[in-house]
Structures are given as structure tokens and as C-alpha cells.
Design a protein around this ligand. Structure first.
Ligand code: TXA
Ligand code: MG
Length: 342
């Protein structure tokens, strides 16, 4: 298969619009940017298109997909028993990086939801994503556009590496603004539950609905977790270690590790904030910037960069702050829970 690459400008052309529409209606896949990460899309009700996503990603079939729509009206046929607080969340956070998990109607086929009786839905804010949904005229299912287990794609290069000539169309939207996937919120209960943390934080949701729980705060047997959270995730090829402690001790520890690895002919990389620049001398450094927003934006790209540089051992930091729930969720998975306290 030859992948056709389009730019944002191309989307204005009628011919390109028809190509995208036809591709999705024929049950084939289109990769497009969203404000969080790139998504690999299919027409939500087309079994061939949806199964294509699972196949090309290598995704386990019990891991449900998020439905992307361009308006609240568009999602109504697919969901029922909307709780009143949902309208407040919609007003505050949509379009944007919040996925809400609703009870589904019989119009939603089981092949999207991994057999669950709920469906995750969001309205993205990225202009290209919205345009693709509008061009298609139908809801689009889209998981993150990465091979299962790898870091999500936040720029074109990542998408090309994973899917060139494996999907019909890729649309280039440059770098994704946020860099981490949406917050997934179960809204089927009186008190909503965060199934996957994201840049719409617990505090932000609380300020709108008063009460919200993290899935870790709910007893295991009381709630279906986001099935995707149990799989291996975001893994670079090298061994990633999170070093947690005061700056001085962290630097000393990593410096010693660098020495040790170099003497065994192993390559070492560090993924750190800018204030750690020049404190250590690894084979490769990825600077995340200074703020938590920078860290989120650069995180997945840094993990992929370590693979491009063929780094054997990667050291990174433990981050704290307003967005640390989202950031550390990704990092701890990527490190396979490998945390060293110094
Ligand atoms: O930002 C995002 O959400 C991106 C962009 C492309 O929209 N999409 C994304 O999709 O991250 P994916 O498939 O990579 O992650 C969706 C997560 C998975 O952990 C999945 O298990 C969970 O959401 N999920 C989806 N539907 C669910 C449902 N009905 N109940 C519980 N968890 C659900
Ligand atoms: Mg994903």
C-alpha cells in the first residue's frame, strides 16, 4: 500500500476532501493530528475499518476505542442516561482533551468497545481533527497512532516510522500541542472516576463537578478500569530508570551509572529538565524544557529519540506538580515501574 501524505493546506481542496471521505467510508484508515497525540482513524460503524486499526497497531482486541465526534448532537444516538453534571463538563472542557465514558446504546457495535457496554467519546479541539470528522460526516474511532506498546506519536516523524505504507492517508499537523493523551473519565456513576489521568486534572474536574475520584481510589471490583491501562506501554528499547530524590543526589547517582555503563561499552541517555543540562556527561541528552507543560509536550518524543540514538540505558527524573499524575502515569509505565530512590 502507498500512503498518501496531506498537509493542512491540502484539506481545503475538494479532491482531497473526497479522497478522505471515500477512504473512511470504504473502511480504511486515515491518520490525523489531534491536540493531544496523533490518532489512527476509521469510520466507527465500519467493522473492516475498525478491525484494520487493531491489526495495523497490533492492539489487543479487548482494548476499546474512543469515538471522536464534532458536536454534542452527533454523539446523542450512541449514548444514554447522561447525568446532569456531564453538561457542565461539556461546557467547560469540550472541545478538548477530555474523553467521557458513557453507557452505550445498541447503535454502538461491540467491535469498537471490546465488548464493554460503555463507549468513550470526545470532541477534539484540533482544527484538522475536527475537519476530518466533518468531512467524513460520521463519527471516527481513533486510538493513538503508535504501534501497540510504543510511545504515542506527537509529530509526523513518529507516525511515518510506525505506519508509512500501512495506512491509506496520513495528514501532517506538525507537533501536537499537548503531547499526552486525553484524560479518560467514567461518567456513568454519581461521582465520576478518572480512568486515565491527563492534562485535564482531578482538580480541574473537581472545580466543575465538586467531586471526582481517581480509579486507584475505587475498590478494584467496583469499577471496570480503562482496559488499555493494563498493557505494556510507551516502552523505549533501552532500559528506562526513574531516579527519585534531591537534585544533588540524583546527579551523583546518574553520573556513577554513566561511568559504570560506559566502562561496559553501554550507551547512556538522560531525559531531564533544562536545569540538569551540563551536569552529567551521557551519550545523549533530551531536554524536556522547564515547566510541566513542556515536560508533557516533549515526553513521548524524548522516549522515541532514545530509540533513534540506540541508547541502552536511559535515566530520567521523578516529576512533581499539578500535572504529575498524568506525566508520571506515562513515565512509570514506560519504565516498567523501575524507580530508584536516592
Ligand atoms: O487523546 C486521546 O485520547 C487520543 C487521541 C487520538 O484522541 N486517543 C487515545 O486512544 O489515546 P487510545 O485508544 O490510545 O487510548 C484510549 C484509552 C485506553 O486506555 C482504553 O482502554 C480507554 O481509553 N477506553 C476507551 N474506551 C473505554 C471504555 N468504554 N471504558 C473504559 N476505558 C476505555
Ligand atoms: Mg494509546
Amino acid at each position: 500500500m502507498n500512503t498518501v501524505l496531506y498537509s493542512k493546506k491540502d484539506l481545503k481542496k475538494k479532491k482531497v476532501q473526497s479522497h478522505i471521505k471515500e477512504t473512511l467510508h470504504l473502511g480504511r484508515n486515515v491518520i490525523f493530528p489531534t491536540e493531544t497525540v496523533y490518532g489512527i482513524g476509521a469510520y466507527a460503524l465500519n467493522e473492516h475499518g475498525v478491525k484494520g486499526i487493531y491489526t495495523v497497531k497490533g492492539r489487543p482486541s479487548d482494548n476499546p476505542l474512543i469515538m471522536h465526534v464534532s458536536s454534542v448532537e452527533e454523539m446523542k444516538p450512541y449514548i444514554r442516561n447522561i447525568r446532569p453534571y456531564v453538561y457542565d463538563l461539556i461546557r467547560e472542557f469540550w472541545p478538548g482533551p477530555l474523553t467521557m465514558v458513557f453507557e452505550k446504546t445498541e447503535l454502538v457495535p461491540g467491535f469498537i468497545t471490546g465488548g464493554l457496554d460503555t463507549i468513550g467519546i470526545r470532541i477534539p479541539s484540533n482544527e484538522i481533527a475536527l475537519q476530518v470528522i466533518k468531512i467524513a460526516g460520521i463519527p471516527i474511532c481513533a486510538p493513538s497512532a503508535n504501534i501497540s506498546g510504543k510511545p504515542s506519536s506527537t509529530e509526523l516523524k513518529h507516525v511515518i516510522d510506525d505506519f508509512n505504507n500501512k495506512v491509506d492517508i496520513i495528514i501532517d499537523g506538525g507537533m501536537c500541542n499537548i503531547g499526552l493523551e486525553s484524560t479518560v473519565l467514567d461518567v456513568t456513576r454519581d461521582i465520576p472516576v478518572i480512568l486515565r489521568p491527563g492534562m485535564i486534572t482531578k482538580e480541574m474536574i473537581m472545580s466543575v463537578v465538586g467531586d471526582v475520584l481517581l480509579s486507584s481510589e475505587v475498590k478494584d471490583d467496583e469499577i471496570p478500569k480503562a482496559p488499555g491501562m493494563k498493557y505494556k506501554h510507551y516502552s523505549p528499547k533501552g532500559k528506562l530508570v526513574i531516579v527519585d530524590g534531591d537534585k544533588e543526589e540524583v546527579v551523583t547517582y546518574i553520573k556513577n551509572q554513566i561511568k559504570k555503563h560506559k566502562s561496559s561499552n553501554e550507551t547512556v541517555g538522560i531525559i531531564v529538565t533544562s536545569d540538569y543540562k551540563d551536569l552529567m556527561n551521557p551519550d545523549h541528552t533530551c531536554l524536556l524544557g522547564t515547566t510541566e507543560v513542556d515536560i508533557a509536550f516533549n515526553l513521548f518524543g524524548s522516549l522515541r529519540e532514545m530509540d533513534y540514538e540506540e541508547i541502552d540505558y536511559i535515566y530520567t527524573l521523578s516529576f512533581t506538580g499539578d500535572y504529575s499524575e498524568a506525566i508520571m502515569n506515562r513515565l512509570i509505565k514506560a519504565a516498567n515501574k523501575n524507580i530508584v530512590k536516592v
